[in-house]
Design a protein around this ligand. Sequence first.
Ligand SMILES: [Zn+2]
Ligand SMILES: [Zn+2]
Length: 305
Amino acid sequence: MRQYSPLTIIFYIIGPILIIFSHFGSLLVFKTGLSWGAIVWIVFLYLIRMLGTTGIYHRLLTHKSYQAPALFLWLGCIVTASAGQMGPSWWKAHHMNHHQHSDKELDGHSPNTRFQGIRAFYWSQGGWLLSSEFFPAKLPRDVENDKVLKVIDRLHFVPVLSLAALSYFIGGMEYLGAFFFSTTLLFHGVQTVNSLSHIVGDRPFITNEFSRNNAFVAFLTLGEGWHNLHHAFQSSSRHGITIRSGRVVYLPDPTYSFIKALEFLGLASKLRMPTETDLLARSQCSFEHSELPVPVETSIVSVYE
Ligand SMILES: [Zn+2]
Ligand SMILES: [Zn+2]
């Protein structure tokens, strides 16, 4: 933590405090009840902010699986920060670390290293945020060099509080409770990628960790649950891909559909995608009778100094 200023430490710690507060705030919906309008608000906030997390923070900011204008990235990061997902530097730092050390000792939220059973699930589902693992060892220099992204990163809690205020302005305590409820659901939805997608599901592709394709997680996270494909081809803008009976099969991936819509609108370009030859060469069935060594992911490059 030596590289962090006292102010940055305080600003970062506000993140988990807001998430804990959001859990308790969700209980408001039991007091106020939920109108259809409030239910629509919950679903709308969940979908738009999940797309921000998956389509902006993960596939654009972290993996650069497509290109987009800087203004779109900045606005997308503000929307995503309003989900209580922390800021772009913090998020990318943790996720790059996850890919560099997946299911190894230095993986901050693996369910397969330091604990077993329900404790391992709790750890990967959010417990790690309440430990020293919360502070990234290093921040990504490309994000830190972008002054706008750096400001969004340190002031990540401002969009959260602004959206809470907007919710209250729209519909009083009922909509404020709906905001908390949506934020809490979203938090746990995102965390299932760290937990369930490294525990339960199939592994159609050869990787050197325990990532899984999990349809339930893909449903909750608009396509991110196809996590084994993602670990095998980290720069792919499409995650919903598997291999069945030696053939490439495409799976529902709403985040990829979102990116395609952005492309149609001229906001996304240069979408990256493995060829079917690459996919089949990396599939489990191609190695069943092969003496070839297990391939190691090489597509991720260090963004740290
Ligand atoms: Zn993973
Ligand atoms: Zn990733």
